[in-house]
Design a protein around this ligand. Structure first.
Ligand code: NAD
Ligand code: ZN
Length: 254
């Protein structure tokens, strides 16, 4: 089957469905200039092991190493703008078909694109919190200052290190976000996965949960994913081209 036929087929499924949920990973934001972790050329998985440096244990043990590793990613994320894939999901919400975006991303680009119901399973960059006294700071100002002076950000109240409100390896997911996502799935009859290798649990369990609930499962990803064999269809390609085509085809049907 040609990709153009698959795009049309998915648009028709969306048109027939009552409630669509999108599930996104780092791959939806690569066209905004933010590298993912697992694509071979991204470099983020290269010289250091993120499982160590980006774990809560690594952070507490050596916050300098974490901030050094995260610096290029933070710089790109701060500059990034929503791309055509994010904007297509915002348009899909406007059609009344998309009920929620469940994302593993911390870059806030879905909200900035205009989606109103976004479950951020791995946290976000809006805030940073003191790991000792839990004072909460504006994330953007903390990161901007760090990118300027390259000094590990510290709490002005107690002097301890500030951690961006992103979920590191070894940390529990924000339970309210996870429950909100699961609730959205219970009412959904279709899930579109975009730009995720589906290798990081428990987030990657959600597409299987949707499947067990009887929802159609569509996967749009550059490379094969761990759940391709369970999908109703897989479109292998650039989300920033495929998603806008699906939404355009849908708008022509409506
Ligand atoms: P992931 O597991 O979601 O994998 C990314 C997948 O996207 C890869 O399989 C790749 O083939 C695919 N991809 C890349 N560009 C694409 C494109 N233009 N169109 C379609 N598919 C594309 O993500 P990861 O990189 O393994 O990261 C794991 C976790 O790290 C995330 O869940 C997130 O918490 C964090 N992270 C977040 C960001 C962000 O917020 N933008 C960036 C990097 C990592
Ligand atoms: Zn403090």
């Amino acid at each position: 089957m040609l990709d153009s036929d698959r795009i049309l087929m998915v648009a028709r499924w969306v048109w027939q469905s009552k409630s669509v949920v999108a599930f996104t990973g780092a791959g939806i934001s690569t066209a905004s200039g933010i590298p993912d972790f697992r694509s071979p050329e991204s470099g983020l998985w290269g010289s250091v092991d993120p499982m160590k440096v980006a774990s809560i244990f690594g952070f507490r043990h050596n916050p300098e190493a974490f901030y050094k590793w995260v610096e290029p990613l933070a710089r790109k994320t701060l500059l990034a703008q929503p791309n055509a894939a994010h904007l297509a999901l915002a348009r899909l919400e406007q059609t009344g078909k998309l009920q929620a975006v469940i994302t593993q991303n911390i870059d806030i680009l879905h909200t900035r694109a205009g989606n109103s119901t976004v479950f951020e399973l791995h946290g976000h960059m809006r805030e940073a919190t003191c790991i000792h006294c839990f004072t909460v700071y504006d994330g953007q100002s903390v990161i901007e200052k760090f990118l300027e002076d390259r000094v590990v950000p510290r709490c002005t109240t107690c002097g301890s290190v500030l951690k961006p409100n992103v979920i590191l390896f070894g940390e529990q997911l924000p339970i309210q976000e996870f429950n909100g996502a699961k609730k959205a799935l219970r009412h959904s009859d279709m899930m579109i996965v975009v730009g995720s290798s589906l290798e990081v649990a428990p987030a990657s369990d959600l597409p299987m949960l949707a499947r067990r609930n009887g929802a159609k499962l569509v996967i749009i990803n550059l490379e094969p994913t761990a759940l391709d064999e369970f999908a109703d269809t897989v479109i292998r390609g650039n989300a920033a081209e495929i998603l806008p085509s699906i939404v355009q085809s849908l708008e022509e049907m409506m």
